[in-house]
Write a protein that binds this ligand. Sequence first.
Ligand SMILES: [Zn+2]
Length: 287
Amino acid sequence: MTQPAPLQPSDADTRRNVPPVICYPNQTLPIPDLNLYARARDGAEKVAELRVAPRDAGCFRAPAGHFFRITSVEGPQVGDLNLWHADDLAERFYSGKTRALHGTHITRGQRMWSGFPYLRPMATITHDSLEWYGIDQYGGSVHDVIGTRCDPYTHNLLAGGQYHHCCHSNLTRALADETGLPLHEAERHVHDVLNVFMCTGFTRDTGQYFMKASPVRPGDCLEFFAEIDLLGALSACPGGDCSAQHSSDAAACHPLLVEVFAPAPGALDGWSSPAPSGYDRSHGRGA
Ligand SMILES: [Zn+2]
């Protein structure tokens, strides 16, 4: 039996036609000095490299002022990125606030922000070879902060079974190996990701989260400037290019390359790592 259509008030269209207001006008956000970063990048030297195997994850460290680059190699592949403060796992990437500040997908000049009570830029995107993609006819775009990360719990809910190579599990194993934390403790630090190279959006008619084949090709890269000392973890999603499915071994999967670059001495003169939020945390009850 189909449900009857909901009753509409007589002024329904008038109410719908109210224009939207941007929740967080971002003209007052601190603007990163991309020219300074570009000059520093010119003289930077590669200091570390990590190759992330398909359906697995790996950790890397990028001290404040360094750059890290994620590159597609061998075939189209999306990556799920987590970031923490290198010395404090409590400070971690806040996908929801990043989305509220910048939009559903992020690109050059935009930043990955940490959660409360820190709320500061962790990393700034300095180069995006897929910047040309823009927003397609379906409302899709790349590098989203709207998805979460594929995980075995949702997979079990929707399809049953035990699948162990979702990004959530890959990130958990990588963080446990990097820190020495027991697996279940490491799992608590895994959080909603930046979906690197993933092409996603919301359907216009039902508002559902969708994915489509990523436009990424070998050689494409996304590069970041580390604003604070970072520990990163990157998973090469079992969905491959996410053209059909994830949370299984069905998709063609490829490795991802992470490279870290150190700036030349003096190249960042005048720059300083951002401080945590200036809010006093008294919450109306005295400092
Ligand atoms: Zn995934």
